[in-house]
Each structure stands twice: as C-alpha cells, then as structure tokens.
Write a protein that binds this ligand. Sequence first.
Ligand code: C5P
Length: 403
Amino acid sequence: MNDQPILRVLLGVGGGISVYKSVDLVRRLAERGCEVRVVMTQAATAFVTPLTFQAVSGHSVRTDLLDPAAEAGMDHIELARWADRLLIAPATANLMARLAAGIANDLLTTLALASEAQLYLAPAMNQAMWRHPATQANLATLRARGARILGPAEGGQACGDVGPGRMLEPLEIAAALRPRVQQHLAGARVLITAGPTREALDPVRFLGNRSSGRMGYALAEALAELGAEVVLVSGPTALPAPRVAEVIQIESALQMHAVVMERARRCDLFVATAAVADYRPVAPAERKLKKDTEKLKLDLIRNPDILAEVAALHSAPFTVGFAAETDRVLEYAQSKLTNKRLDMIAANHVGSERGGFERPDNALTVLWNGGSHELPLMNKARLARELAALIAERYGARHAAST
Ligand code: C5P
C-alpha cells in the first residue's frame, strides 16, 4: 500500500546486457507508486524487444525521434515535460559520453536535453570501460551538473571480468528513486490551525491579514504523509483542500478557538500555523457602517491565545508554534517558546528576502528546549516535509522519554 502521490518516471533504456534487469525495474517502480514510460535506444532493442517493456509498463514504447505516428500522440517535448524523473538504466559508457557532451542524436539523448526532470543514471559496463579516464571524466561532468549516479556495483560481469560496472539490482534502484516514506507518526492524532482569521467589523467588512495558509496546508499534508490522522482548522484561504482526514473551515479567532478547545484533549500534537488576529472589534455593527463621520474609532479587544491555552492544558498535547517576526527573530521566538510553554517553535523571517507571507519559498529556524535546527530557503512543500520530519523526531523523543 503506497499513499504517496504518483511519481512519473521516464525510463531510458540503453544497450547493454543488463537490459533484462530493467524489465523487472519497471515492476519495482510501479510497486512504489510510479507511472513508468519507456524509451529505448536502438542498441537496447537488440537485447530485448519494445514489446516486452510495453507489456510491463502498460504503455507503448518509443525508440525513434522522427516517428510521425508516435509524435502525433505525446510528442517528445511533451514526454520530456511529463516526467518527474528521468532514469537511465542501464546507462552505457556511450550514453554517458553523449549525455556529458550534450549530444542529442537519438530520442533518449534528445529527451535528456529537453527535460528539466531530475536525472538518475544507473551505469552498467565492463569494468575497464568504467575505469577509463574518459568515462570517469564524463561521470564527473554529469555529477557536477546535478545527475544522481546509482552504482555501479562490483562483482562478476557478463564478460567474465570482475570489478565495478554491474548495474544495481532493480529493487535498489527503485528504492533510491523513491524511498518509502517512514510513517513516523503512524497513529498520532494531529490538530493543526492554518490561514488567517477574519474579525468582523460589520456584516460586510472585516479585519484580516496577509496569511495565504500555504505553509499550514503543506505542513498538514506532510504530517499526514508521515501517517498521522490530521484535522485541519482553517481560516479562509484560496487553496484547494489538502489530503488530510478532516478540514474544518472557520472565519474568526473565536470560532477557531472554540473548535480547537473542543478537540485539543483528543489530539497528540497541536500545531499552530494560523495567523490569528490578536484583536477583534468589541461589538461588530449589526448593519453596514455608513461613512457619515470624518473619523472612525474602532474599539478592539484581545482575542484568546489559542496556542498558549492548549499548551497550558493539563496533560497538553505536544505543541508546536510559529513566530513570524521582522526583527530579533530568534530572541522573540525563544521567549515565545518559554512563555507559552511550547515544545517547539518555528521562527519565520517575514518581510525580508528570506521569504514568508505570500511567497512560495520560506526559511525557518526551529527551536526546542535544548536544541535548534536551521531549514534554509526552499519551496514551502519541501520545507513542510523537512519540518514535519523534525516534528516527528522531537515528538518521538518526548514520547520515548515519558514512557
Ligand atoms: O504571540 P504570537 O501571536 O506571535 O504567536 C504566534 C503563534 O501563536 C503562532 O503559532 C500562532 O498560530 C499562535 N497564536 C494562536 N492564537 C492567537 C495568536 C497566536 O494560536 N490568538
């Protein structure tokens, strides 16, 4: 059972005796939730026919760049864009040389140039060819460009030699391409808040803030991917519903407070990413306010601090807060960690080039009692996965200490 989203893998098959292993590789990738499409070099078709790969992948196999019938379907540029990963296995010495030089003289090497997907190579060749300075130089070039090299393994070779050059086993390649997510939070119940709140001034107007909810939604999904049962309490956002157990929509801080306090005793972790309004109008007008005075004074009253209240509960869940600050970030975050009696806090640098509100990227400094960790600027989805892993680790450590 694999709950991870589908990963689209374009498998490029080069011409070497280990092609027979690549047939099994298609299966191993499919077991891990990958959709695989296969492209073969002409040389590869001398070892195994395209029909074999068609049968195991469930899709027709392409071998030619200038194939009018195939190009009329998904053309090679579309195919290059389709892929989340480009995996070349076996990667022969010849293929590696062409890739390193940027030569595009067949379909596979053209796709490698056209695709922005992460490139993985599983080299397979005779040990002398592998050790040759030309191959090693090509390897260094490809690595420096960001290609990930899987193997080769050492051992007996088809030609009778012994040494490095055997293609890794299909299971090892599939595992490297798509590691199984460790379900570190299996069975844990997570309550998470996200998004802004709206504090009504009258039936049509409200006080709000710039939170997009993106970080909270991404974190909710990342925690669910770690096996947690996640309930998200969200203020109004423009985001699609995340893949979590339950989403509860609210508008105001008081509504968020009521939902959270009702559920807080039934959760193991509470994560507060919401940008909750600190104040609300004392008494929202029942009818739309009229602009009949030159000055308008708003009477505001403090909202409850949801996070602090949850952290103060008897047998409180493991609590994680956020601190969005424009200056003295660490100092404020540290004092929030202590004053609100949190288990963990993620300090968010806002209003700088380091990301924050309304940006796709963000950077965080995560603090807990006795430790800290820097998560450098990266997109929020990846950042959320890294933060979720850190939360799982600290939660696990506290659990272990208390049992
Ligand atoms: O004290 P400050 O509002 O900066 O703290 C931010 C943290 O507290 C965030 O995790 C936020 O979600 C949470 N918070 C809350 N209820 C409030 C205000 C903030 O849960 N009323």
